[in-house]
Design a protein around this ligand. Sequence first.
Ligand code: BTN
Length: 267
Amino acid sequence: MIATPLIARQERFAVVASTNDVVRAWLDEGAPEVCLAVADEQSAGRGREGRRWMAPAGRALLLSLGFRPTWLEPDRAWRLAAVVSLAMAGAAEEVAGLPSGTIRLKWPNDLVVERDGTARKVAGVLGETVGLGTADPRVVVGIGVNVDWPAAEFPEGLADAMTSLREAAGETPIDRERVLTAFVARLERGIESLRTGSFDAAAWQARQLTNGRRVRLVGHDESTEIVRAIGIDPSSGALIVAGDDGSATERRVLTGEILHLRLDEEV
Ligand code: BTN
C-alpha cells in the first residue's frame, strides 16, 4: 500500500479481469478520487481500439486510477492521461537507471524507447470517461508497463516492437514496487498542479517522439496519410501536423480521428 494523501482508495489484486473495470465500478459506487487498483495479472486486460493487453503474471505494472474531475474543463480531461504518462516516464527512468529522456511519449498514448530507429513500446495508456461535461464526470486512466519482463520471453511477433524496463536497463531485474512508489510520488505532484490549473506543457512537449518527424497516420478506415508532426497542442492535446513538403498549412489531429500513428521510418 502506498501512503499518500492523494490516494483515497487503493487495493492490490493477484488477478482481475481489468483494473480499469475495477476502478470504474468503484467510481460508480461513489468512491472518491483518486482511486488506485494494481494487479499482478489481468485475465481480460484491454488496450485502445478494443485490442487485448497481455503480460505474464508479475512481469508488468498493471494499474488504473480513478478521477472525479469536476475541477477540470471536460476538454482538458486528456491531461489526466498526460500527467499519468509523464509521471510514469520519469519514475521508470529513475528506477531503471536510464538517462532522463530515454522514455519518449508516442502520441497519443504510448511510452516507448527508441532503438535502431524503431520505437519499441514499453507501456500503453488507456483513458476511459463517463459523464464528461455533466456534474458527475468519471475518468479512468489505466497504464500497463512492461517492467521486469526478460526480452527472451517476449511473445513471438511482438518482440521487435516492444521492450521492457528490464531490457532497456541491460537485462537488469527491475522491482515493480519501486516503480510504483516513484510513480505515485510524481503523480501526486502532477495532479496537485493540475488541480490548481497548471499543466507542464513543456515537459509534455519535450518528451514527444514525433516532434519534427515524418509520421504515417492510419485512419479508422485503414486509409494512410504521411505528414510532418510539428508538436502537440497544449489546449486540446491534438497532434499538430503539416504537409510532408513543409509548405502546407498546419492542422490539428485529435486522438479519436486516427486508429494509430507510425513513424514513417518504421513503415
Ligand atoms: C494501449 O496501448 O492500447 C493501452 C494499454 C492499456 C493497458 C492497461 S493495463 C492496466 C489497465 N487495465 C486494462 O485493461 N488496460 C489498462
